[in-house]
Design a protein. Structure first.
Length: 76
């Protein structure tokens, strides 16, 4: 190979790296681990529907057991 071909190959390699950099950052960048961990946490969540009577009773019992403050009849 002569030196012009080596220069053209280096330029082509540089263009390819610059073009693919955003995708590389998404896969292995600083935020990639945080996004993977967040995805794992979200996969463990479940949706509670209003048809779940046990859940509704549990929430009502929790609300009834909360301490309350009696309001005065006449405001200051």
């Amino acid at each position: 190979m002569t030196w012009p071909w080596i220069v053209l190959l280096a330029i082509a390699l540089g263009v390819a790296v610059v073009a693919e950099w955003p995708r590389f950052e998404r896969l292995a960048g600083a935020d990639a681990r945080r996004l993977r961990n967040r995805g794992k946490r979200k996969a463990k969540l479940t949706v509670v529907t209003s048809d779940d009577d046990e859940f509704v009773r549990s929430v009502q019992a929790d609300l009834e057991s909360l301490p309350t403050i009696e309001e005065r009849e006449t405001p200051r």
